[in-house]
Design a protein around this ligand. Structure first.
Ligand SMILES: [Zn+2]
Length: 229
């Protein structure tokens, strides 16, 4: 995901009480790691093999934290998760339970089976060093952790080259558009314990991150938990 702007407007579509819960989560508590889950420390990522029929669950243990997700066919990295085909065939830029995520070859890669948050998009690429260089010139080009770098590092042992990593599904990211098409990125609406699960429809190599961009994560980068079952 890319922090396209620095707006800090409060989300306006939250159910009553959610804002308070989000604030409480940001103020301190991070949930302990649940049985079967592994914790990604802030601004890190991992790579894994997900066999057809297995489920990957991404859990936000603190609330307000984005996770980038990308995958490729395990037996042929020329087949990869296509934001464009998923948006086209699903007729949506937001994805939730019941939606299929498609490959560039128009085959189902993942089916979303659980979503307790309700806000995930496929619009923006993973944050990268260049993202920070271009959008935050005040950082002076200083090295900054990024989802892209973390995905490259995590997927390299599985034989994935950097140029094979495309647009990620932005789990828990809170992106919305003006009628003009202008994009806004607000703090995620996810609260501690929110989870998002996908079932593999083919054998996959998958990369998952705890996003590194402060402005996409309410100002503080936090951990992400995941589990394969
Ligand atoms: Zn990121």
């Amino acid at each position: 995901m890319t922090p396209a702007d620095g707006t800090t407007d409060a989300p306006t579509d939250e159910p009553a009480g959610t804002a308070a819960a989000t604030a409480a989560a940001r103020a301190g508590g991070t949930r302990p790691v649940e049985d079967g889950f592994t914790r990604l420390e802030p601004q890190t990522g991992t790579g894994l093999t997900l066999l057809a029929g297995q489920t990957l669950t991404v859990l936000d243990p603190t609330g307000g934290q984005v996770s980038d997700l990308f995958c490729l066919a395990a037996d042929d990295h020329g087949e990869w998760l296509s934001s464009g085909r998923s948006i086209d065939y699903g007729n949506t830029v937001y994805f939730t339970a019941g939606h299929t995520l498609w490959s560039n070859r128009s085959r189902p890669m993942l089916t979303i089976t659980q979503d307790s948050c309700g806000r995930h998009d496929f619009l923006l690429t993973p944050c990268s060093q260049q993202t920070f260089d271009l959008l935050y010139p005040q950082l002076g080009g200083a090295p900054h952790p990024s989802c892209f770098e973390n995905l490259c590092r995590a997927l390299a042992p599985l034989g994935v080259a950097p140029d094979q990593i495309g647009t990620t599904l932005n789990v828990f990211m809170n992106v919305w558009t003006e009628p003009s098409g202008e994009l806004h990125i607000d703090p995620p609406t996810s609260v501690a314990g929110d989870r998002f699960a996908v079932r593999a429809e083919m054998d996959l190599h998958v990369g998952v991150t705890a996003c590194s961009a402060e402005k996409s994560n309410g100002g503080v980068c936090k951990p992400i938990d995941y589990a394969v079952s």
